[in-house]
Unconditional design. Structure first.
Lengths: 307, 307
């Protein structure tokens, strides 16, 4: 079951209270593809990079089954670059540098063989670019999920609402859910957002876990309590990649299976933050993932005898 | 199985973004007793009130099986009074007034028939008062749990450490855990605190749920996502009362049963915040509690097929 992943492939330079990197490979679609590649082998990547994006990284993705024929390589421009510094709580960060470079020209044209994909993940991008991708599909995919951010709520709300109305599941964080809905209560926010088009809403709360809303149902997945969060960059994209990777593997988009998919996404995100960049996502094995999933079972499993 | 509850019985005046009360009945031991009374009938209350504490409230507690022979009534002084104003997020608040009144004289003397209790809950109080109660027990109870707060970490840390070393389970919030341990990571904080005496540590994170640590085990219980949090006052004491109420009813202090007890405590806290003061805790029935517990099962229940 093929999965189209759309989003940035980029360089990041990251400072945390615990360390600092030079330019390393990042980008929403990079993290999502590495995460999803642990579950599905037909990932169709849609992105844009400059002449400076490392060939070894592209080869590594190819070797994991990621089809890069939708990745445009611009010969005379640099790749998107973001630099940021995390605060002690690792939930807040300051952006130091944003160099759009090639991303400013991103106008994705899906290769013909991408246009029948059953699963589509739209990473955070200009909403109009996200909707363009949906319009290029030959038939309605089984599931389209999208990420976005507060910046588009402030600068492109009309376009954003159009794109949101076209997808099945929206993934945003708690402050974005409040901003999009003008509701402080996340339950009220979810009810309002679910009238805007998506049938599923996932609210990511970082170290405080994630909530899945669907109709009147709600499911909560914790984040795994970790001794050290080394680098949170890409955790949300990794979560999304693990989530849709599990759904594409199982071809089951029931609410019950979405709950499992959220746990899978949370498990993948818990690996992501253990090292800088995509390093952990490359080195983990199926046995590591299964052990981590079992930790989630232990973490939330309890018996209630309603006597 | 009798349960001793020690703590304040008081008046509160509360302002939230959604409403405001005059003086209403509050206090850690009041909330805990109401919560626990849904599970056990032999609650032995240890507290101090002034001439102004309403007789109807004492009668209501008695009718629920709360033995008030450990509650000193001071005829010429007023009850403890606290007034506070909550911010929009309902997790932060400003104290407007603290009138200690009778609480400044609190020197609990346990009635002889309280001194064989198997379960003891020490609400937030001067640590030296909490340890005094433990010293008065005829034999080591099956389980002693205690709450405390940052104020004692700043003003009575030596006494606090002594008291903490005497109890089986410590209940504190996330910022208190960080302050007590000098560790930002809650996992590291828990490891350090578990070397200070308690075998169990519960870290309360308000709307973000609660964590239970024991040895190398960790369990996470979410808070129920609510449309409206009307008044968070007493939620932590209600959580503690539900937690120890379930343990005292089942007489089982295994880690497995503690997990269930945390869900019970979370369920009781979710009722507490739905109205001002203790109102919801008085009106709910066993059927309401069972339905709420089932909501928690639905909230976190998922299937992982490790294939």
């Amino acid at each position: 079951m093929s999965l189209v992943v759309v989003g940035s492939m980029a360089f990041d330079a990251i400072e945390t209270p615990f360390g600092k990197t030079d330019k390393i490979v990042g980008g929403a679609a990079t993290y999502a593809a590495y995460a999803a590649s642990h579950f599905v082998k037909e990932i169709q990547q849609v992105s844009i990079v400059g002449y400076d994006f490392p060939k070894e990284e592209l080869d590594e993705l190819s070797s994991r089954g990621v089809d890069l024929s939708g990745v445009e390589i611009v010969p005379d421009k640099k790749s998107f670059f973001w630099s940021g510094r995390y605060h002690m709580d690792m939930n807040t960060r300051d952006t130091l540098i944003t160099d759009l470079n090639v991303l400013g020209d991103f106008d994705p044209k899906l290769p013909e063989h991408f246009r029948n994909a059953e699963f589509v993940m739209l990473g955070n991008l200009l909403p109009r670019i996200q909707s363009t991708v949906i319009e290029q599909m030959n038939k309605r995919p089984k599931l389209i999920i999208m990420d976005t951010m507060n910046f588009w709520m402030e600068n492109a709300m009309d376009d954003l609402k159009v794109t949101i109305s076209m997808v099945d599941a929206l993934l945003i964080n708690d402050s974005e859910a409040r901003q999009l809905s003008n509701e402080f209560s996340l339950v009220k926010a979810a009810k309002k957002i679910l009238t805007m088009g998506p049938k599923y809403l996932i609210i990511k709360k970082g170290e405080h876990g994630a909530l899945l809303f669907h109709g009147n149902n709600v499911f909560f997945a914790p984040a795994l309590p970790l001794e050290d969060v080394f680098d949170p960059t890409g955790a949300g994209d990794t979560f999304a990649g693990g989530f849709i990777g599990h759904l594409a593997r199982t071809k089951d988009i029931s609410f019950e299976n979405m709950k499992t998919a959220i746990i899978v996404g949370s498990a993948m995100a818990s690996f992501c933050v253990e090292k800088f960049g995509t390093e952990r996502l490359k080195e983990i094995t199926k046995a590591d993932i299964d052990a981590r999933l079992n930790e989630f079972v232990q973490l939330v499993n309890f018996d209630i005898a309603l006597a």
